[in-house]
Design a binder for this molecule. Structure first.
Ligand SMILES: *[C@@H]1O[C@H](CO)[C@@H](O)[C@H](O)[C@H]1NC(C)=O
Ligand SMILES: *[C@@H]1O[C@H](CO)[C@@H](O)[C@H](O)[C@H]1NC(C)=O
Ligand SMILES: *[C@@H]1O[C@H](CO)[C@@H](O)[C@H](O)[C@H]1NC(C)=O
Ligand SMILES: *[C@@H]1O[C@H](CO)[C@@H](O)[C@H](O)[C@H]1NC(C)=O
Ligand SMILES: *[C@@H]1O[C@H](CO)[C@@H](O)[C@H](O)[C@H]1NC(C)=O
Ligand SMILES: *[C@@H]1O[C@H](CO)[C@@H](O)[C@H](O)[C@H]1NC(C)=O
Ligand SMILES: *[C@@H]1O[C@H](CO)[C@@H](O)[C@H](O)[C@H]1NC(C)=O
Ligand SMILES: *[C@@H]1O[C@H](CO)[C@@H](O)[C@H](O)[C@H]1NC(C)=O
Ligand SMILES: *[C@@H]1O[C@H](CO)[C@@H](O)[C@H](O)[C@H]1NC(C)=O
Ligand SMILES: *[C@@H]1O[C@H](CO)[C@@H](O)[C@H](O)[C@H]1NC(C)=O
Ligand SMILES: *[C@@H]1O[C@H](CO)[C@@H](O)[C@H](O)[C@H]1NC(C)=O
Ligand SMILES: *[C@@H]1O[C@H](CO)[C@@H](O)[C@H](O)[C@H]1NC(C)=O
Length: 591
């Protein structure tokens, strides 16, 4: 509606049009119809979650400060929330798409997300956050481009390619959920998908006939920005392209010091941009490989993602063995050193013109310290659960942000311990009390036998240290206080710790979780509540008009308004938007 009103004004006020066109605060509209379709990525037909009939879903491609409007129509038989992983939702945890912040979208309903990608650039992805649905798909890439006036720290690439990698089961998410609910582990995945497709038949013993594989077509001599996301369940993957260097350029919204890697470990939930130059002679196609890390190679050979890099002048099919990944099943030192080598380019501009490093995180005093420790899943009240600091999180029936807004008492406790508690583990809706404008240090201590990656919503945090053994106060001496990377998802090796620093300047309720989907499902998460003690609407947006209600606030929920749903169709909105864009283009041309 704002757009329509704006449009009639624009016809008269050409100056206003000019300001609108130059400002990046444009509205960009998307329609997401989420439904099941049948696909056979590993040769076995199964129901997967598609967006607009596509698996994986479409890539969202927007520019810093755009207002993104996504009308999500839930055609599944379960409730749904879409989480925009890594999108900071500044001042608006209302749009974060998690059970701590939003009521679920019931089946057959639609709900419109609206958020601004304020002061952000980089590579992210979205996925359905409820009911283990990510294991059936529903994910897609999310790109935020720099505004034209802000230079990127490399030549404009000749193309932009999104690659989604992830482990995969031929059982669907409801079947996997049942296994977890019955207190069992999921076992070895059945494969690794690349852009929703199974492996290229590089070996007839290991890969059956008739599997549809991904082919990436490129032109010789060109340089592409390849954005790789691990959207899987629990498997860390080593990513590599035969005979090609991966020049690392960006991760989760930060430009890195550019370095070549022959392969890089990408843990669940992580995203990287590589600049890859097609500098080979195309005597054959080349393999793109995503293989499981830290596992018994001979057992896991089947569980390898293989796609094809095809030069337009290629002289033949890829053949021979796959390029080898690191051969260090029992030694994660190489992997950890590689993680430590990923650093922030302090002189590059991020979303704003000033250099990334002008935020001197190393000289800010820490105001609060949380040591969070996980463990392998254990029994609590007869259920197999996963914990963080001895607490297995129970999702509130009234989302925390809504409970606060309507002053619902007892929806959660603000008592998450600063150190792991001794004593029996418990199930609680226990939340971290974050101090607005505080500077928080979080130590993630992995006492599980598996690899974990932790993600925090609402922020990018600085990864300042990582090492084996128990973290102690002395570990601070090893912190990188200068060019630690700012990102949204960090790996924590088993028997090791990772330290992060985060500036709590974004008001809202923010999820802190393991990205390992089964541990997350079993309760390994919490939230950080950041409240501005001053009563103002400047640091947080008020509740959106279309907020859904549930739990103690169910009585506020109106039945879905069908008349509103038909008043302006998506097509008409799109038409207005196209018209606006055309006018902008004309103005640019004739100015
Ligand atoms: C998931 O798989 C189970 C069988 O394991 C089947 O009964 C169910 O219908 C499937 N669900 C969907 C949504 O396809
Ligand atoms: C549902 O979708 C229609 C268009 O497809 C839209 O006009 C309407 O506002 C949406 N309803 C909600 C509650 O988001
Ligand atoms: C994203 O949109 C920009 C224009 O805004 C375009 O230059 C770029 O090629 C697009 N990227 C992808 C991956 O579609
Ligand atoms: C295919 O894989 C099997 C099992 O790992 C191996 O024994 C065989 O040598 C491979 N075949 C080729 C042609 O590489
Ligand atoms: C990365 O490797 C390419 C060759 O693939 C080379 O041209 C380039 O100079 C290397 N860049 C760095 C920063 O090492
Ligand atoms: C192309 O490169 C491959 C591997 O680097 C090499 O073995 C081959 O001889 C080259 N072919 C030509 C035609 O240059
Ligand atoms: C890896 O798996 C193979 C086949 O099951 C087994 O023979 C071998 O002992 C395993 N290796 C290790 C180091 O566990
Ligand atoms: C860091 O960014 C600057 C752009 O500000 C760029 O010129 C430089 O090459 C980058 N340095 C590295 C090591 O990537
Ligand atoms: C940090 O704390 C030290 C010692 O308490 C103090 O001297 C210094 O001024 C503080 N720095 C900042 C930036 O607040
Ligand atoms: C939360 O922290 C604030 C200071 O940031 C403090 O005033 C408040 O009492 C704390 N609340 C609880 C329940 O501990
Ligand atoms: C977990 O913690 C216990 C007790 O501190 C320690 O003995 C054990 O080595 C740890 N295991 C891992 C994998 O960190
Ligand atoms: C904030 O906005 C809400 C809803 O628009 C309004 O009810 C409230 O009075 C505002 N609060 C302040 C402090 O401006």
């Amino acid at each position: 509606m704002a757009l329509c009103r704006g449009l009639s004004l624009l016809a008269i006020h050409i100056a206003l049009l000019a300001s609108l066109c130059s400002a990046a605060d444009l509205f960009v509209y998307f329609d997401f119809e989420v439904s099941y379709i049948t696909a056979s990525p590993l040769g076995v037909p199964q129901q997967v979650i598609a967006i607009n009939g596509k698996f994986p879903g479409p890539t969202i491609n927007v520019t810093t400060n755009n207002n993104v409007v996504v009308n999500v129509r839930n055609k599944l038989d379960e409730s749904l929330l879409i989480h925009w992983s890594g999108i900071q939702q500044r001042r608006s945890s209302w749009q974060d798409g998690l059970l701590g912040t939003n009521c679920p979208i019931p089946p057959k309903w639609n709900w419109t997300y609206q958020f601004q990608v304020k002061d952000q650039v980089g590579s992210f992805f979205y996925f359905p956050s409820l009911h283990f649905q990510r294991a059936s798909g529903g994910f897609g890439g999310f790109i935020i481009n720099n505004r034209a006036i802000i230079p990127i720290p490399f030549d404009t690439p000749d193309g932009d390619i999104t690659i989604l990698i992830g482990d995969w089961y031929t059982r669907n998410h409801t079947a996997l959920r049942k296994t977890l609910d019955a207190g069992k582990g999921l076992g070895m995945p059945d494969g690794v998908l690349i852009n929703g497709k199974g492996p290229y038949q590089y070996n007839t013993t290991l890969v059956p006939d008739g599997i549809d594989y991904e082919t990436i077509e490129v032109h010789p001599g060109k340089t592409y920005r390849i954005r790789v996301h691990n959207v899987g369940i629990s498997t860390s993957l080593n990513f590599r392209i035969q005979n090609h260097n991966l020049l690392l350029a960006e991760t989760e919204g930060s430009y890195t010091v550019q370095q070549n890697y022959t392969s890089l470990d990408i843990h669940v939930g992580q995203s990287y941009s590589f600049l890859v130059t097609m500098d080979q002679n195309a005597s054959t196609d080349y393999y793109i490989v995503a293989s499981a890390r830290f596992v018994n190679e001979s057992q896991w050979k089947r569980v390898t993602g293989v796609a094809i890099l095809h030069y337009t002048n290629s002289k033949g099919k890829a053949r021979g063995p796959l390029p080898e990944g690191p051969n260090d099943e029992f030694d994660k030192t190489f992997s950890m050193n590689q993680a430590r080598s990923i650093r922030w380019n302090v002189s590059a501009s991020g979303a704003r013109p000033n250099p990334q490093g002008s935020f001197r995180y190393g000289s800010i005093n820490v105001t609060e310290v949380y040591v969070l420790r996980n463990k392998p899943p254990e029994m609590i009240d007869g259920k197999r659960r996963a914990t963080l600091s001895g607490i297995s999180f129970v999702n509130p029936s009234t989302p925390i942000r809504l409970a606060d807004w309507f002053k619902v008492k007892g929806a959660y406790k603000l008592d998450f311990p600063t150190k792991p508690v001794t004593g029996p583990p418990r199930m609680e809706t226990s939340v971290i009390n974050g101090t607005y404008r505080g500077f928080m240090e979080v130590i993630l201590q992995n006492n599980d036998t598996k690899m974990h990656a932790y993600h925090m919503s609402g922020y990018a945090f600085f990864v300042v240290g990582m090492d084996y053994g128990e973290w102690t106060d002395n570990s601070r001496g090893t912190y990188n206080k200068w060019d630690g990377i700012a990102r949204t998802t960090t790996q924590v090796y088993p028997g090791a710790w990772t330290a992060i620093l985060v500036s709590l300047d974004n008001v809202g309720i923010w999820n802190l979780r393991t990205e390992n989907l089964d541990s997350w499902y079993l309760g390994q998460e919490t939230y950080v509540r950041v409240v501005n003690p001053e009563a103002t609407n400047k640091t947080e947006f008020p509740i959106p008009d279309n907020a859904l209600f549930c739990g103690a606030l169910s009585h506020l929920q109106k039945p879905e308004d069908i008349s509103a749903a038909t008043a302006i169709t998506g097509d008409r909105l799109k038409m207005f938007f196209t018209l606006l864009m055309t006018m902008c283009a004309m103005l640019v041309l004739f100015h």
